[in-house]
Design a protein around this ligand. Structure first.
Ligand code: LMR
Length: 333
C-alpha cells in the first residue's frame, strides 16, 4: 500500500514537473563591454525589461556588462558560435569579421548631428547595411546611439601637430587607423576593457571616446586633457545570432521586435543627455582639463583629417561614402 502511494506520488510529481520543464524560459544572453550606466547599458536593461514583460516571462534576458563575459573581438566570435545570443558592438568593430562597410560611420566629421545620423539609420541605407550581417550568421535588429567622440591625452591637443608621434588606442577600424595616421600619430588597436590600464601605465598616450565611456571607465582620472573635438561618432548595431532568431516561435519574435523598437526609441532619446551629464561630471571632478577649440583650430583639424576620405575609399567603398554623404549633407558629392 505504502509502495503504491509512493508510486502514485512520484507519478503526480512527474505530471506537475513536466509542464514546468516545458516552460523553461528562452534565455537571451546579452553581452557588452561598457558600464551599465551608459547609453548602451541602459538601453540593454530597457530591452530586458520590455522583452520579459511582452513575452510574459517566456524569454529571460541576461545582460552581462563591462566585458564580464567577453572582450570586443571575442564577443563577436561568441555570438557567431551561439555562446551568447545578443550583442551591440560599435560600428567600428565589424571590420575584423569581414563587414568593413560599417566603418563608414567612423569617417571623421561625417555626421554633423544626430538628425543626419537618423536619416541613414532609419532609411534604406541603414537597412541595406544591416542586411550585410546575414552572411555572417547574425541578424541586425537596430541602431543604438552612444554619441560624439572627444580626444584625450596627457598633452594639450589643440593643433594637428600636437598629435605627432603620440600613441593612440583605437577600436578595430581601418578608418580610425587612417585618421590617426593622417595626424602623424601612431594608432594601436586595443580592447575597450584594456584602455584604462594602458593609459595609466603609458602603453598609449591617448584615446578617443564619448564622454559617457570616458567617465564610466575613469579615463579622465588618468588623462590630463580632454579636447572637445566632436570629430567622430560611436554608435552600435544590435545583433542577434541568426539561427537562434530564425528558430524562435513567430509570436515571441514579434514581441521581441516590439521590445527592441521601444528600447531603441528610449535609448536614442536619452543618449545625448547621458553624454552631457557625463561631461558635466568630468568637469566637476576637476581631474582632466576640458579644452574647447576655437573655430580656427577646429577648421585646422578638419583640414588635416580630410585625406582620410581618399585613403579609405577603396576599402569602405567610394559609392557608399558618397551615398552616406548625400544622405547626411543633403548634397550630391
Ligand atoms: C570602444 O571600444 O571604445 C567603444 O566601442 C566601446 C563601446 O562599446 O562603446
Amino acid at each position: 500500500m505504502r509502495l503504491f502511494m509512493l508510486a502514485a506520488l512520484t507519478a503526480a510529481v512527474a505530471v506537475v514537473a513536466a509542464p514546468a520543464a516545458a516552460q523553461q524560459p528562452i534565455v537571451i544572453k546579452f553581452s557588452h563591454v561598457v558600464a551599465a550606466n551608459t547609453p548602451k547599458g541602459l538601453a540593454a536593461e530597457k530591452f530586458k525589461d520590455l522583452a520579459e514583460k511582452y513575452t510574459e516571462g517566456k524569454v529571460k534576458v541576461e545582460v552581462y556588462p563591462n566585458s564580464q563575459l567577453y572582450k570586443d573581438k571575442e564577443e563577436l566570435e561568441a555570438l557567431q558560435l551561439g555562446a551568447v545570443q545578443m550583442l551591440a558592438p560599435s560600428n567600428s568593430k565589424f571590420g575584423p569579421i569581414g563587414v568593413k562597410e560599417f566603418e563608414v560611420f567612423d569617417l571623421p566629421y561625417i555626421l554633423p548631428d544626430l538628425k543626419a545620423l537618423r536619416k541613414v539609420t532609419n532609411g534604406p541605407l541603414g537597412a541595406r547595411l544591416l542586411k550585410l550581417l546575414d552572411a555572417k550568421g547574425m541578424t541586425g535588429l537596430a541602431y543604438w546611439d552612444n554619441g560624439f567622440k572627444q580626444m584625450s591625452a596627457n598633452k594639450k591637443l589643440v593643433a594637428p601637430e600636437d598629435y605627432k608621434g603620440l600613441k593612440f588606442r583605437i577600436q578595430s577600424s581601418k578608418v580610425l587607423d587612417a585618421q590617426f595616421r593622417a595626424l602623424g600619430a601612431i594608432p594601436q588597436v586595443m580592447a575597450f576593457s584594456e584602455v584604462y590600464q594602458a593609459l595609466q601605465t603609458g602603453v598609449v598616450d591617448g584615446q578617443e571616446n564619448t564622454p559617457s565611456n570616458i567617465y564610466t571607465q575613469k579615463m579622465h582620472e588618468v588623462q590630463k586633457y580632454i579636447t572637445l573635438t566632436n570629430h567622430g561618432y560611436i554608435g552600435y548595431v544590435v545583433v542577434v545570432n541568426k539561427k537562434f532568431w530564425d528558430g524562435l516561435p513567430p509570436d515571441i519574435r514579434a514581441q521581441l521586435d516590439k521590445a527592441m523598437k521601444e528600447a531603441t526609441e528610449f535609448g536614442n532619446s536619452q543618449s545625448a543627455m547621458e553624454n552631457d551629464d557625463a561631461l558635466e561630471e568630468i568637469r566637476k571632478s576637476g581631474k582632466a582639463e576640458l579644452i574647447k577649440l576655437t573655430p580656427e583650430q577646429d577648421a585646422a583639424m578638419r583640414k588635416a583629417i580630410e585625406p582620410v576620405y581618399k585613403d579609405v575609399a577603396s576599402r569602405v567603398g567610394k559609392p557608399l561614402i558618397d551615398e552616406f554623404l548625400k544622405e547626411t549633407r543633403g548634397a550630391t558629392n
